[in-house]
Design a protein around this ligand. Structure first.
Ligand code: NCD
Length: 304
C-alpha cells in the first residue's frame, strides 16, 4: 500500500505514466467512468481550499466512486482535540483513500503512518503540495511537450509557497533546467530547498528581486500568492503582498511562447487583463489538476 506525501516518491517514469493516463482520460473519459465503482475517497481538509478539494471530489465522481469528508478543522473532531493519527485510523475504517490538507508540516505523513489506506498529501503548511505539482507537470507537458531544457521563473512567495517547493523538487530531475528565483529578500527560497534539492542535483539557478529583468529569458513564469496565513504579523504581509503584479505591459519583453502559470487562488499577482493573453495557462492548469488526480487515485488504488 502506497501513499503520496512528497513528489520525490514518484520516479520520472511513474510521472510519465501518470501523465499518459491523464492524457488518455482526457481522450476517452467513458473508459474510466466506472473504474472506481464502490470506492470512496475521504477529503480531510483542515485548511481552506477550492481547487484541490473539489478537484479531488470531481475526480472520484468521474471515476464512478463516492466522496466523504470535511472542509474545515472546526467541523471535525480535531476541534475536540483528536490527533491526526487517530483520525487517520478511524477514516481507514470508512474509506478507501484519503486526501488530507493540514496547516502543520508533516501531518499527512503522520496520517500515512497510521492509516491502513493510501494517504495523499493535499498540502502541508508551507512545506509540500505534490498533487499541485502533478497539475503543473501536465500543463507543462501539454504546452511545451517536454520537461528538459526549460528556463523556469518562480515568482512571489518562494519561502512559504509549498507549490514552489514541490515543483522545484520535480523539475530538478530533468536535464538542462534553469531556475530563476524571483522574490523579495524576505521571501527567498528556504535554504534546504537550495542545498538539498537544487544544488544537490547540480541545477543552474539565480536569485533576483527583478521580474522585469528576468522576463526575456523565461520559458515558464510561475507566479504565486504571498501566503498570508503563514505570516507572523500583518504588517509584514501588507508590505510584501503586492511585490509583483503581472500585467500586459510587463509581458512586452517576454517570449512569444512563454507559459504563464499560477496554482491559484490569485489575489493581485496577475492582473485580470492578462487572462485573455494566449500565454495565460492558469485556468487550464486547474483543470489539469483534476485529470492528474484521477490518474493518481487509480494508481494508488492499484486499478488498471
Ligand atoms: C495553493 C496551495 O494551497 O498551496 N493552492 C492550490 O492548491 N492550488 C496555492 C496557494 O494557496 O497560494
Amino acid at each position: 500500500m502506497r501513499s503520496l506525501i512528497d513528489i520525490k516518491e514518484l520516479s520520472v517514469s511513474e510521472l510519465d505514466s501518470l501523465i499518459n493516463t491523464a492524457l488518455d482520460i482526457i481522450e476517452n473519459p467513458k473508459k474510466y467512468s466506472q473504474k472506481c465503482q464502490g470506492k470512496k475517497i475521504a477529503t480531510l481538509f483542515f485548511e481552506p481550499s477550492t481547487r484541490t478539494r473539489l478537484s479531488f471530489e470531481a475526480a472520484m465522481y468521474e471515476l464512478g466512486g463516492n466522496v466523504l469528508g470535511f472542509s474545515e478543522a472546526q467541523s471535525s473532531s480535531a476541534s475536540k482535540g483528536e490527533s491526526v493519527a487517530d483520525t487517520a485510523k478511524i477514516i481507514s475504517l470508512y474509506a478507501d483513500i484519503i486526501a488530507m490538507r493540514h496547516p502543520k508540516e508533516g501531518a499527512p505523513l503522520v496520517a500515512s503512518m497510521n492509516a491502513s489506506i493510501p494517504v495523499i498529501n493535499a498540502g502541508d503548511g508551507g512545506h509540500n503540495h505534490p498533487t499541485q505539482t502533478l497539475a503543473d507537470l501536465l500543463t507543462i507537458k501539454r504546452k511545451k511537450g517536454r520537461f528538459d531544457n526549460l528556463t523556469v521563473g518562480l515568482c512571489g512567495d518562494l519561502k512559504f509557497g509549498r507549490t514552489v517547493h514541490s515543483l522545484i523538487s520535480a523539475l530538478s530531475r530533468y536535464e538542462g533546467i534553469k531556475f530563476v528565483l524571483i522574490s523579495p529578500e524576505e521571501l527567498k527560497i528556504p535554504g534546504y530547498v537550495k542545498t538539498d534539492v537544487i544544488e544537490k542535483n547540480g541545477i543552474e539557478y539565480v536569485e533576483t528581486t527583478d521580474l522585469a529583468g528576468a522576463m526575456p529569458e523565461l520559458d515558464i513564469l510561475y507566479m504565486t500568492r504571498v501566503q498570508k496565513e503563514r505570516f507572523f504579523n500583518e504588517e509584514d504581509y501588507l508590505r510584501l503582498k503586492d511585490s509583483y503584479i503581472l500585467n500586459p505591459q510587463k509581458l512586452e519583453n517576454a517570449k512569444k511562447d512563454l507559459c504563464i502559470m499560477h496554482p491559484l487562488p490569485r489575489v493581485n499577482e496577475i492582473s485580470v487583463s492578462v487572462d485573455n493573453d494566449p500565454r495565460a495557462c492558469y485556468f487550464e492548469q486547474a483543470l489539469n489538476g483534476k485529470y492528474m488526480r484521477m490518474a493518481l487515485i487509480l494508481m494508488l488504488l492499484g486499478i488498471e
